[in-house]
Design a protein around this ligand. Structure first.
Ligand code: DGJ
Length: 737
């Protein structure tokens, strides 16, 4: 018998497997509303039985938000699921996503379904945590909302958990998404550049997308600020009326705010870290926590929205918020890099003589092998320059303290000059990209804060500076350049983590500083206002509003800054004329009256004051110290916009409405014959009688000076402060009788 062997090709043995598309079942859930409420506002989310979570309302407080249960939703919409509370790329959603994940198998689809939520109450704040899940990939999202009841502020952030078994890439990972429904959206936002920080611009939003972004790495707010006002159903920004939503992102790195108006005219606001060059890798089991997005709503126009934010900022958002910070003399514009011990002692004596409370030694005090005599060299070498200051910093601080002054000092710890011992010792700590030039800006490079060793070093700079003298009271933390040719030798192939981890590294350092030095006052400076955001303000008491100290320029910047940030953070200094940045010449009193609307300081060489100047200076400082608690913790009312004509005015009112300070300015020439400008005051108690006394003058020219007027008279009838001539100004204190 012969055996015949027939060879059948292996693949022919297998039966072709039929392609079957299997669908993962999504559990049905109970239809319910989730109200997130403050005293006067409601954010209402609706859970649909299919697990979709929809934002159905943000605005005035609703007494019965459960009435939304009757609302259906067309989730079969050809144009995608509109109104999703945290829209993700994939499924039916086809607009700009809050979340876009690329999975290990190359898939880009995520569909988030409600899994449950919890609510807890802690001291004035209600926290709602909502769980969402993608049932195919096991990716989970927690939406966290902190509702600050009294302040009418809702702070939200998102936690993204990779519940799968393989790493994923986060391509978009917004902090929050907010759907709004109105007929018209007027967006007001803030842009700028060096010495023109916080410029204000408004535009009516059309369809499609408006994006506000920073890709600077550091100096995140020198181009755009991560904040905005959105006026609803109007084409004009009103200070006192109409619905306004204000938003601000607490992040000091690259950010992105997008405003997408869809074909149904609904607006989706996405706010978060910019995804630019930052496809963030998330390992299996790891969670990414986004920065916080801060929202408020008011029906009292921009003024109401600002006051809500300010109250929240003073109570929760700013380190030491509401606390009165000292008046000071800063050495920068008065001495720049050219000083010795004697120069500084004389400045301190003058500061004490004028009634100021602190002296701040700015740039130029450090570096020996590479002395910091200009901005070419020395950054990184934080030891006292022995030829300029042979007696040391402790000698200077002691002198200040002996004179009754606090003592502050400047550092720029994130930076290094190529001409420094540090650059030679640790070239691997510099932000760089292999084979490419490391570009300089102001002759300096950026240190790589995504590297924990650099974090330690930067913390050490702060720590050692604090040891230079007992009781250093104040640190000015500067940061004078953006990141270019970005990259970290430490992160090797994971450069996508760089931008995010630079900012997280900065916050790690700040956290350590606050643990060790809870009382030191920290000013956040970045070539002026290059880092003005609620992320940095968690750790810093104030900001250097701008390197531009020209009082006229400051009118516009300070006006805009108060839209989002409280006056307690606004460092505002009187400098010399002609102004070093603009060449403008303004009267000394006008400069004071502008600076006194924030945290007052001086930044000049006081020895050049005439006797007459000194009388003005001493008077302004003394009166400021009497009413400044109103600047630091009063409610702000902007009573005349500098964009509306020749006058600018603002006032701060004490929470009990018993005291107020009013500032009025003429900023463009107005002929006397036109008559005086009437300012209508706001925020007073109509029935209360206030004695009104002009400040900062020898003899007031105002007809009502020293008399008492009712609140309703001052608010309704108005207030004519006799401002004649360009750069005339008048400041008044109101006290209830
Ligand atoms: C930039 C800051 O904004 C200035 O106030 C001053 O501190 C300089 N840096 C010092 O270099």
């Amino acid at each position: 018998m012969s055996l015949v062997l027939v060879l059948v090709p292996a693949n022919a043995q297998k039966k072709a497997k039929k392609f079957v598309h299997e669908t993962v079942a999504i559990p049905q859930v109970e239809r319910r509303v989730i109200p997130i409420e403050t005293q006067n506002t409601s954010l209402v989310l609706l859970v649909h039985p299919n697990g979709h979570l929809e934002t159905v309302h943000y605005g005035a407080k609703l007494s019965h938000p459960e009435q939304f249960l009757a609302k259906g939703v067309n989730t079969e919409d050809y144009n995608g699921f509109r109104g999703a509370t945290y829209p993700a790329t994939g499924g039916r959603y086809i607009n700009e996503p809050a979340l876009h994940v690329k999975y290990a198998d190359g898939n880009h689809n995520t569909e988030l379904y409600y899994t449950g939520h919890s609510v807890r109450y802690t001291n004035g704040c209600i926290t709602t945590v909502i769980g969402l899940k993608d049932y195919v990939t096991a990716l989970e999202v927690k939406l966290v909302y902190d509702a600050f009841e009294k302040e009418n502020v809702i702070v939200s952030h998102t936690e993204i958990l990779n519940g799968g078994k393989k790493p994923v890439q986060l391509l978009n990972y917004a902090s929050s998404s907010l759907y709004i429904d109105a007929d018209e959206y007027l967006l007001t936002h803030f842009y700028g550049a060096w010495a023109t920080d916080m410029q204000m611009e408004s535009e009516v939003l059309g369809h499609d997308m408006k994006v506000i972004e920073s890709r600077r790495g550091t100096q995140n707010t020198q181009g755009n600020n991560p904040s905005f006002l959105l006026s609803l159903d109007t084409k004009e920004l009103s200070e006192t009326t109409g619905e306004v939503i204000a938003g601000a992102l607490a992040w000091s790195g690259n950010f992105r705010l997008s405003f997408e108006k869809d074909d149904a005219h609904r607006l989706n606001i996405l706010a978060g870290i910019s995804p630019h060059a930052s496809a963030y890798p998330l390992k299996a089991g790891a969670t990414f926590v986004t920065p916080e997005m801060i929202y408020t709503w008011s029906a009292e126009g921009a003024g109401g929205a600002s006051r809500n934010l300010h109250r929240w900022a003073r109570n929760y958002g700013v380190y030491g918020g509401g606390q009165v910070n000292p008046t000071l003399l800063n050495s920068w514009e008065g001495a720049y890099f050219t000083f010795n011990t004697e120069t500084l002692l004389r400045m301190m004596d003058d500061a004490a003589g004028m009634g100021l409370e602190m002296f701040v030694l700015d740039d130029g005090w450090f570096g020996n092998n590479y002395p910091r005599n200009n901005d070419d060299a020395g950054l990184g070498d934080w030891e006292v320059n022995v030829s300029k200051l042979p007696e040391g910093i402790d000698f200077l601080a002691q002198h200040a303290h002996d004179k009754g002054l606090k003592f502050g000092i400047w550092i720029e710890p994130e930076m290094v000059n190529p001409q420094s011992d540090l650059a030679h010792a640790h070239p691997e700590w510099v932000v760089q990209s292999p084979g490419r030039e490391i570009y300089q800006g102001r002759n300096q490079w950026v240190l790589d804060l995504s590297n924990p060793a650099v974090e330690d070093f930067v913390f050490g700079i702060f720590d050692r500076t604090m040891q230079l003298a007992p009781n250093i009271d104040y640190i000015k933390w500067d940061c004078n350049r953006v990141i270019q040719s970005f990259g970290s030798p430490y992160l090797k192939a994971e450069q996508d983590r760089f931008y995010v981890e630079y900012t997280q590294g900065l916050y790690n350092v700040m956290r350590r500083i606050r643990e060790k030095y809870p009382r030191v006052i920290v000013q956040c400076c970045s070539s002026g206002g290059g880092r003005v955001d609620y992320g940095a303000l968690k750790y810093c008491n104030e900001v250097w509003t701008s390197d531009n100290t020209d009082a006229l320029s400051r009118v516009y910047m300070q006006y805009a800054q108060t839209m989002i940030y409280p006056a307690c953070i606004m460092a505002s200094h009187v400098s010399t004329v002609p102004n070093h940045q603009t060449g403008n010449v303004t009267p000394l009193k006008f400069r004071f009256d502008i600076a006194c609307a924030g945290r007052l300081g001086l930044e000049l060489q006081p020895k050049y004051f005439t006797d007459q100047d000194r009388a003005t200076v001493d008077r302004c400082i003394a009166s400021y110290k009497q009413y400044r608690d109103l600047v630091f913790s009063g409610d702000l009312y902007r009573i005349a916009s500098p964009f509306d004509g020749s006058y600018y005015g603002l006032m701060y009112v004490s929470p009990d409405k018993k005291r107020a300070v009013v500032y009025t300015y003429c900023i463009h020439f107005e002929p006397r014959t036109v008559g005086g400008k009437v300012f209508r005051l706001q925020g007073l108690d109509p029935a209360c009688k206030y004695k009104v006394v002009e400040q900062n003058v020898d003899r007031s020219c105002w007809w009502g000076n020293g008399q008492a007027f009712t609140g309703d008279f001052l608010m309704g009838g108005g207030f004519d402060p006799t401002l004649y001539g360009l750069y005339s100004s008048a400041v008044f204190v109101l006290e209830a009788e």
